[in-house]
Design a protein around this ligand. Structure first.
Ligand code: PMP
Length: 404
């Protein structure tokens, strides 16, 4: 039995982390990591999360019963309000079907599974994914029998958005095609459309009746402002683009391992939304029965209490502003001190945890092999791996890699 099971390659990010861990070079740096690190390169438990955890631990009524199939109701309602905004028309009209999920990955999976079962595809089961995208998107859709198709997104020449390519992909796709959109802080490029560009993108979605499959893994973490990072999602909802939103609390609450997330469908009316919710519930039941309670309870406390919510926003600003500060400093050292060849303004323009440096595969490999700075071969660096102690070393190594 199982003799014919082939060996799968290791996940490239986890492989990179293992190589970093076993490296004994004192100045080694991990720029592959997809999690926040503070200025001492340590994971950061948000003070508001500590506070909420203490409240939970001291609650004599706390038990470990199962949650409902679609999760903790007070978490779901607060999560929907967080992403769609308090003025959301869909929320007011009770047209949002929310379900708690196994973080953002689980939300993507459940959304993909639902599409595979219930979406009326115009031709073969396909979803359009930005080129490039979070690698797991490909696997998640393939797992449920939906074939990923690339749409133009990143322009290596400008290290920015290929807006014309994106628009023509939207126009040339068959009507009613699902397109996956990163709500903010595009992974892996850090390149987002501007508000004006989102407006034009929404125009084409409406013309072509496309479906927007929003993945929102970095709300607040990108700009430091929860509302600003939800702009595109709220704009699309306001224009009545057919859509769903996958939401993760891994990054913005530092709850990576607790697996806190949600999936929100916007329905056309209340009755249709109830039907969606009933089917999401059937799917969820067969997959996980019901989601885990601990992280959802923490987030429900934080989002439903005014003082805790304010403190969360402060903690989010701490994380986002450290990253933005590192972008400014890295840009300054490269351009003003080292006079590294090329234009580095994209480091400032890009948003969120990741930055596409523009380094090619050979230069990225040189960073790993010569400088012991661990990064992926596509030139992506995680800004959270940079801190005041290693900033100069990272900049000098980038400079050397570029000069060859
Ligand atoms: N979507 C994107 C674009 C991501 O970058 C991530 C995290 N790397 C996720 C979803 C899901 O992460 P999690 O399951 O930890 O919430």
């Amino acid at each position: 039995t199982w003799q014919s099971v082939p060996l799968a390659p290791p996940d490239s990010i986890f492989k990179l982390t293992a190589a970093y861990k076993s490296d004994t070079f004192p100045q080694k740096v991990n720029l592959g990591v997809g999690a926040y690190r503070d200025d001492s390169n340590k994971p950061w438990v948000l003070p508001v999360v500590k506070k909420a955890t203490n409240i939970l631990l001291n609650d004599p009524a706390l038990d470990h019963e199962y949650l409902p199939i679609t999760g903790l109701p007070e978490f779901n309602s607060a999560a929907a309000k967080l992403i769609l905004g308090k003025d959301s028309v869909a929320l007011r009209e009770q047209r949002v079907a929310s379900s708690q999920t196994i973080s953002g990955t689980g939300a993507n999976h459940l959304g993909a599974l639902f599409l595979s079962r219930f979406y009326t595809f115009n031709g073969p089961k396909q979803i359009y994914l930005s080129n490039p995208t979070w690698a797991n998107h490909h696997a998640i859709f393939k797992n449920v029998g939906i074939e990923p198709v690339d749409y133009a997104y990143f322009d290596p020449k400008t290290v920015g958005l290929d807006f014309d390519g994106f628009i023509s992909a939207l126009k040339s796709a068959p009507e009613r095609s699902p397109f996956l959109l990163h709500a903010c802080a595009h992974n892996p490029t850090g390149v987002d459309p501007t508000e004006e560009q989102w407006e034009k993108i929404a125009d084409v979605f409406l013309q072509k009746k496309h479906f927007a499959f929003f993945d929102c893994a970095y709300q607040g973490f990108a700009s430091g402002d929860l509302d600003r990072d939800a702009w595109a999602v709220r704009y699309f909802e306001g224009r009545n683009v057919p859509m769903l939103v996958c939401q993760s609390f891994a990054k913005n609450a530092g709850l990576y391992g607790e697996r806190v997330g949600a999936l929100h469908f916007i329905g056309v009316d209340k009755a249709a939304t109830e039907r969606i919710k009933s089917q999401v519930s059937v799917l969820q039941r067969s997959e996980i029965s019901n989601p885990p309670s601990h992280g959802a309870r923490i987030m429900a406390l934080i989002m439903n209490d005014e003082a805790l919510f304010e403190q969360w926003k402060e903690d989010i600003r701490t994380m986002a502003h450290r990253i933005i500060d590192m972008r400014k400093k890295l840009h300054h050292v490269l351009t003003q001190e080292l006079h590294t060849p090329g234009n580095w303004d994209h480091i400032l323009r890009q948003i969120g945890m990741f930055s596409f440096t523009g380094l090619n595969a050979a230069q990225s490999a040189a960073m790993v092999e010569k400088a012991h700075i661990y990064m992926t071969g596509n030139g992506r660096i995680s800004m959270t791996g940079i801190n005041s102690k290693n900033l100069h070393y990272v900049a000098e190594s980038l400079d050397k890699a570029v000069k060859g």
